[in-house]
Design a protein around this ligand. Structure first.
Ligand code: COA
Length: 190
């Protein structure tokens, strides 16, 4: 696998750059949407290529994007294995390098969980996060999968809400099993 790094690109020179707060459209308002606010053709005309498979995806470059946003850098072989078990993914390339990514795993019928939503910091704030999430949701809903969940850090909850996600809907709490969180006496039983 080749190691590529994404040269920091001044966001002001990006073709997709526009005022951060844009007027709401029918698809960017407060409710869940299965339509997209930026068309594939629009992306293409601005030099961004949309992908829905891992073909052509440079895993080392993707790992660099993960690291740039503060995610732990992971073994590319494990990333590959995870992606091979990921039925739905969307990524955007600029100059053939991944700059935005999102994926969802699930049972293929009822439920899906969204993972690894990232936009390279040099490309944040120009709509690419919305681009990948809208398409991921569109694909899942198109396959009849309407129970879609994700784990959001507090600072990004506001990003997911306009896409239709709600925290603790009807009081339902998400719970996570983690060996790191187990108390010492629990550990002794194993
Ligand atoms: C969160 C992230 C994916 C957003 O991607 P992005 O490309 O910068 O977001 P967009 O430009 O598509 O923003 C779409 C809308 O969400 C809003 N938004 C973006 N980030 C936001 C945040 N952290 N909180 C609240 N709103 C946010 C934008 O203002 C924009 O609103 P508008 O449509 O009214 O103009 C990106 O900042 C990122 O990769 N962060 C680091 C990794 C991370 O935290 N991922 C989520 C893991 S839970």
């Amino acid at each position: 696998m080749q190691v590529h790094t994404i040269a920091p690109t001044p966001t002001t020179s990006l073709p997709l750059r526009r005022p951060h707060r844009r007027p709401p459209t029918s698809s960017s308002s407060s409710s869940t949407t299965t339509t997209t606010s930026t068309s594939d053709a629009d992306l293409d005309s601005r030099g961004f290529a949309l992908h829905r498979t891992i073909t052509g995806l440079d895993l080392d470059a993707l790992n660099n994007v993960f690291a740039r946003v503060g995610f732990p850098r992971r073994d590319p072989r494990k990333i590959m294995k995870a992606l091979q078990h990921t039925p739905s993914l969307v990524w955007v390339a600029h100059r053939e390098m991944p700059v935005a990514f999102a994926r969802a795993t699930g049972d293929g019928v009822f439920n899906a969980v969204v993972w690894d939503v990232v936009v390279d910091p040099s490309y944040q704030g120009i709509g690419l996060g919305r681009v990948v999430m809208e398409r991921l949701i569109e694909e899942l809903v198109g396959r009849g999968i309407t129970n879609i969940s994700l784990f959001a850090e507090p600072k990004v909850v506001g990003f997911y809400r306009p896409l239709g996600f709600a925290a603790d809907p009807d009081g339902v709490k998400g719970m996570v099993y983690s060996r790191k969180q187990m108390r010492p006496q629990q550990k002794r039983r194993w």
